[in-house]
Ligand binder design. Structure first.
Ligand code: FAD
Ligand code: SF4
Length: 335
């Protein structure tokens, strides 16, 4: 780990000014930054500690929706009664991420900006070729071990998966990222790798995420997050799905449905084709299974990760059908 200058920002303006310095990095919970500094991927010259900035850890939930401060810790957001009631998928996604200790440290802003778990990216000494780390150096993963890599949104330059759980739930429910006065819909916040996989988001040097907001919706209220992984805890998703459903008055016909995938794409992946195929139709198991296959439209496998093309639609279908079970439980109707 290289030496760096440490500053504790006393105000948002000071944080922005210091973060605009060359090779500066913001420090929130530190669970990504310190990790990457230790393995030689992050080499900040200036670390700007924002953990004491006032007012950035507020969580408010009303009938209109939620606003979550960028410094709110994962565990606090997950356990917030309003979030659990209005956005169960968000709470579940947070609780299925990392470990209890990490969730107590990690913040919502830092969570969004976590980096890929591509093993080649995280080992610069052994694998100098990585377009995400060193633009133009090549990609060590293509042709290598790719079990955890992406099948959607990839490019010839990079096939790394976006690993976060929370972001999939935020994408499903149309969250907005607040960067001071600037607001960016979350789907636009995460960039596809294309020819510039080193650019993962639209933040300019010195910009600080201040909050994430979520509009309330019936689909968000009846939502869940299903995560399939190699072991049941402390593991990233092999494939995951955030889904939410609203029904017509008959309790069977789908009025609104949201589907987003995690663990299979280079960014949190909204599966609009699945949503379009199911809207207006009764919730029936076979129709759900058929529609869920559209989640991997355009998928490209790279060797070891081909299993995700089968797995992801199953995860989507299981998640949707698990919500139909709650309809039966709550209303006495069958799906
Ligand atoms: P930091 O490390 O402080 O910051 C991360 C990045 O964001 C840095 O580049 C920093 O400069 C920048 N940043 C932070 N705050 C802001 C801001 N407000 N504005 C602009 N830039 C900012 N995540 C999952 O989703 N699922 C998992 O299963 C999972 N498992 C994990 C297992 C391990 C062992 C570890 C170490 C992490 C795991 N994670 C998992 C990732 C974890 O969720 C993130 O490390 C954490 O959320 C990052 O938050 P932080 O506050 O610690 O970020
Ligand atoms: Fe780097 Fe992306 Fe290739 Fe991984 S997949 S080695 S992050 S360029």
């Amino acid at each position: 780990m290289r030496d760096f200058a440490y500053h504790r920002a006393g105000s948002l303006d000071e944080a922005r000014r210091l973060a605009a310095l060359p090779a500066a990095a913001l420090l929130a919970g530190g669970t990504t930054l310190i990790d990457l500094a230790k393995c030689g991927v992050a080499e900040p010259e200036t670390v700007v500690d924002i953990t004491r900035l006032p007012g950035l850890d507020t969580i408010t939930v009303s009938e209109a929706g939620a606003s979550i401060g960028a410094l709110a810790r994962m565990s606090r957001v997950a356990e917030h009664p309003g979030i659990k009631a209005q956005f169960p998928a968000v709470s579940e996604a947070l609780l299925k991420g990392a470990s209890a200790q990490l969730r107590n440290m990690a913040t919502i802003g830092g969570n969004l900006l976590q980096r890929t778990r591509c093993a080649y990216f995280r080992d610069p000494a052994a694998f100098p070729a990585c377009n995400k780390r060193e633009p133009g150096s090549g990609c060590s993963a293509i042709g290598g071990v790719t079990r955890n890599h992406a099948i959607l949104g990839t490019s010839e330059a990079c096939i790394a998966t976006y690993p976060g759980d929370l972001a999939a739930a935020l994408v499903a429910f149309d969250a907005v990222v607040h960067i001071g006065e600037r607001q960016v819909p979350i789907d636009d916040f995460f960039l596809l790798p294309g020819t510039t996989p080193d650019r993962e988001h639209p933040l300019a040097p010195g910009e600080v995420i201040t909050a994430v907001s979520l509009p309330a919706s019936e689909a968000a209220r009846r939502s869940t997050y299903l995560k399939v992984r190699d072991r049941q805890s402390y593991e990233f998703a092999a494939a995951s799905a955030a889904v939410g459903i609203a029904f017509e008055a008959d309790g069977r016909t789908i009025r609104d449905i949201r589907v987003a995938l995690g663990g299979v794409a280079t960014k949190p992946w909204r599966a609009r084709a699945v949503e379009d195929a199911l809207k207006g139709r009764p919730l029936e198991a076979e129709a759900v299974r058929q529609a869920s296959r559209l989640a991997v439209e355009g998928a490209v496998a790279h060797g070891d990760n081909a299993y995700k093309i089968d797995l992801a639609p199953r995860v989507v279908a299981r998640a949707i059908l698990s919500l139909s079970e709650t309809v039966g439980k709550n209303s006495g109707e069958t799906a």
